[in-house]
Design a protein around this ligand. Sequence first.
Ligand SMILES: O=C(O)[C@H](O)[C@@H](O)[C@H](O)[C@H](O)COP(=O)(O)O
Length: 260
Amino acid sequence: MTAPQVVVHRDKELMAQAAAARLITKIVDAQAARGSASVVLTGGRNGNALLAALAASPARDAVDWARLDLWWGDERFLPSGDPERNETQAREALLDAVPVDPARVHAMPPSDGPLGNDADAAAEAYARELAEAAGPEDHGPVPSFDVLMLGVGPDTHVASLFPGHPGVRETERTVVGVHGSPKPPPTRISLTLPAIRAAREVWLLAAGEDKAGAVAIALSGPGEIQAPAAGAHGRARTLWLLDRTAAAKLPPQLYPPSSP
Ligand SMILES: O=C(O)[C@H](O)[C@@H](O)[C@H](O)[C@H](O)COP(=O)(O)O
């Protein structure tokens, strides 16, 4: 398990821009090293702000968009094109503006797709797609994503893994259907913690004073059932990208010395 590293930015706008620059560099490095890159996107305001900052950055042209696989950490189980779907929001923020290969944009199934309105069947289908994309070097049923991003909820949820819910207890499956989510909509699809922990790097994004309690709790070593964000680790790196207000309740030993 990698010890979390914390980076604090002045405000959420700067955080989105710095994270977008960081992501561009990561993708370019992965493409140089391995020929292609894989990134897991998150929904939420911070994830979308990062994508919009990336779209606005001239450095976005350094990315070879055709050699990038995009996955999602979770999805709201709604009809295709619904404005509340994380996929729809990511397309609007970035994907419609860059030459991604549609075959490498791995959206989670919608509720009106060929699998019907069955979130568990949709989760199984996504798990199969991940397994097919995994190679022998991945040593498991999901690819070793280069970067997996997660928004953090005020209750410490990540993806659609909520405190105490069945999804956060899953140890075998890589993707689950989520029913009765405390945050609307009630039906969702989510990667599980074992799938999240297959990533080389996990980046947790949190901004705003309503996140300060969740950030402090998750970084203080609680169990992942009570605080799912505490169970989100990358194999090589676990990075918490915060704005000053979200970092406000961190204990002094976790607050990085050079922070604003
Ligand atoms: O599916 C969802 O409802 C969102 O993806 C959600 O999980 C989000 O990532 C967090 O709640 C953080 O959201 P913000 O970045 O907006 O604070």
